[in-house]
Design a protein around this ligand. Structure first.
Ligand code: GLU
Length: 241
């Protein structure tokens, strides 16, 4: 289990995502990646190894967009490699996922998806989530996410983008940490508070099986029954050493 970040706002996402992942480095990781939506396509950069490898990759092939998700991986299913690094796409690259945790019933889910013709590019349990979201997708991200949650066993913090919802980041957690930060210039998700402190001190702590939809100017929280929740922000008054 390592780190997740996500951003939607007025500014360019890649540098915010990389900065956030850097703040989560203390958690340890073996690969890193980001997905950024340029308004047309979702583009990915990911690589085995240090964050500096990813930064080098982005210098050679910059990504642009004001919405994105990022990940540092601590491999549990499949060796550390470029292919196993997150984010993971569905087949037509319209849905992209980052995941911390372990999907315990992934083999059963993978077999079902393979019987429906889904092809897997990685050895990760996470890729199952991308294809399941694809399999159940009906144009409604929240309904699709809750459907997939009902089928997954294990632990997960997820960041998700849907190409046909170009201004929204979705995130959910169960037995893996995830927090939400809100600021005037945009909204963020992260595995831990230090990743957002540069941008905001107003943070929401997601409880198990809560889902959040982030837009440029708003946050919406839901439970697994798709009911909207009222949550209180916590003001962080400590600093990082
Ligand atoms: N189980 C996933 C994988 O092996 C996620 C690992 C993590 O939490 O970084 O890719």
């Amino acid at each position: 289990m390592c780190g997740i970040v996500g951003y939607v706002g007025k500014n360019q996402a890649p540098s915010i995502l990389i900065d956030g992942l850097g703040k989560l480095e203390y958690r340890g990781y073996d690969s890193a990646g980001i997905a950024v939506f340029d308004g047309n396509e979702i583009n990915i950069a990911k690589t085995k190894g240090r964050l500096s490898n990813l930064i080098k990759l982005l210098l050679e092939n910059p990504l642009s967009g004001t919405i994105g998700i990022g990940h540092t991986r601590w491999a549990t299913h499949g060796a550390p490699s470029d292919l196993n690094a997150h984010p993971h796409f569905n087949k037509d690259h319209s849905i992209v996922v980052v995941h911390n945790g372990i999907i315990e019933n992934y083999l059963k889910l993978k077999k079902k998806l393979m019987s429906k013709g889904y092809e897997f590019l990685s050895e990760t349990d996470t890729e199952v989530i991308a294809h399941m979201l694809d399999y159940y997708y009906n144009g409604d991200p929240l309904a699709t996410i809750t459907k997939v949650m009902h089928r997954m066993e294990g632990s997960y913090a997820l960041g998700i983008l849907f190409r046909d919802h170009p201004d929204e980041v979705y995130a959910v957690r169960k037995d893996s940490p995830l927090i939400v930060g809100t600021s005037k210039s945009g909204n963020l998700i992260a595995s831990d508070v230090p990743a957002v402190l540069k941008y905001t001190r107003d943070v929401y702590f997601l409880e198990n099986e809560e889902i959040v939809k982030l837009t440029r100017d708003g946050l919406h929280f839901y439970n697994i029954d798709e009911e909207e929740l009222e949550k209180e922000a916590t003001h962080i008054d400590w600093d990082m050493n």
